[in-house]
Design a protein around this ligand. Structure first.
Ligand code: FE2
Length: 260
C-alpha cells in the first residue's frame, strides 16, 4: 500500500496547488491512500465544511487536523457527520468529532489513520502517548496499516512519539510547525518517521502568514491580526510504501513540488 501524506495545507493558494499537483503525484507513485493535514486550509486558520468538501473532491481520502480545527464554528457539527475528517484524539472526551479513521485504501487494504496532538507549547489535552496505547489496544488487529499524524510543536516530543510507536504503527508523521524536516527514515521496528511533513502553501512567508504582518507582530509585541501570504507555493509531503501483510514501512521518501 502506497501512502501519500501532504503537509499542512494553508489557505486557498495551498488548496489550488494540491488540486493541480495531486493527480500527477498519485499516478507517479502509484498511491492508494491520500492523507493531508487541513487545519489551516480555510484562509490560513481552521477549516469550513465547503473547504473540507472541496479537498475531498480533489481526491484526498482522509483529512487530519490539530489545535486550529476549532477555529471556525461551522466545522463543529460537520465533524460529527464526516468520518474522513479527524481532530486530535486526545482532546477531552465528549467533544465533537473523532481522532481515528478506519477504512480501506484503493488497493483494498484495511487502514487506520490516527490523529494525536502534542502537549508542549500546545493547548492542554490528555496524554497523547497513553491515548495512542488506548487506540491501538482497541483497534481491530486485522488492520495492519496504521498511520499517525502527530500534531505537535517540539521536535523532541515528536521524536519520542516515533520511538514510542516504533513497530506498532506503519508511520508517525509530524505536523504543525509548517517547516519540513530532513529526517525521513524507517525506525528499527519498521515505522516510517519524519519530525514534520512541512507545509503546502506560500513559503515566502512566516509559516504561511504574510511576512510583513508577521514581522510587525514580532517587532511591536502587539496582537496584530495575521493573514495568509500570497506568492510562490510549495507542496511538501511524504510517500510511504507499506507491506500489506505486516504493516511495516518498506520505503519512505520526501516529496516536493513548487509553482511560482
Ligand atoms: Fe496546528
Amino acid at each position: 500500500m502506497n501512502l501519500l501524506f501532504i503537509g499542512d495545507i494553508v489557505g486557498s493558494a495551498g488548496r489550488r496547488f494540491v488540486a493541480e499537483a495531486l493527480p500527477d503525484l498519485i499516478s507517479e507513485y502509484g498511491i492508494h491512500l491520500t492523507v493531508a493535514n487541513a487545519e489551516n486550509a480555510a484562509g490560513g486558520f481552521g477549516l469550513t465544511p465547503p473547504v473540507a468538501d472541496e479537498l475531498f473532491s480533489m481526491g484526498l481520502d482522509v483529512l487530519t487536523s490539530g489545535n486550529h480545527i476549532w477555529d471556525k464554528k461551522e466545522i463543529i457539527e460537520y465533524l460529527d457527520r464526516q468520518p474522513c475528517l479527524l481532530r486530535p484524539a486526545n482532546y477531552s472526551p465528549g467533544l465533537p468529532g473523532r481522532g481515528v479513521y478506519t477504512g480501506r485504501a484503493r488497493n483494498g487494504s484495511a487502514v487506520a489513520v490516527i490523529n494525536l496532538q502534542g502537549r508542549t507549547y500546545m493547548p492542554l489535552t490528555d496524554c497523547p502517548f497513553r491515548k495512542a496505547d488506548e487506540i491501538l489496544a482497541s483497534l481491530d488487529p486485522a488492520i495492519r496499516i496504521r498511520i499517525v499524524d502527530f500534531h505537535a510543536e517540539v521536535t523532541s516530543e515528536k521524536m519520542a512519539m516515533g520511538w514510542y510507536l516504533d513497530g506498532r504503527v506503519s508511520a508517525v508523521i509530524g505536523t504543525h510547525t509548517h517547516v519540513p524536516t530532513a529526517d525521513a527514515r524507517i525506525l528499527p521496528g519498521g515505522t516510517a518517521y519524519q519530525t514534520d511533513a512541512g507545509m503546502t502553501g506560500p513559503y515566502d512567508s512566516v509559516i504561511g502568514m504574510d511576512k510583513d504582518i508577521a514581522l510587525r507582530r514580532f517587532l511591536t509585541s502587539t496582537p496584530v491580526r495575521l493573514e495568509a501570504a500570497r506568492g510562490k507555493v510549495e507542496l511538501h509531503g511524504l510517500v510511504v510504501r507499506i507491506d500489506d501483510q505486516t504493516g511495516k514501512a518498506q520505503e519512505v521518501l520526501r516529496v516536493f513540488r513548487e509553482r511560482s
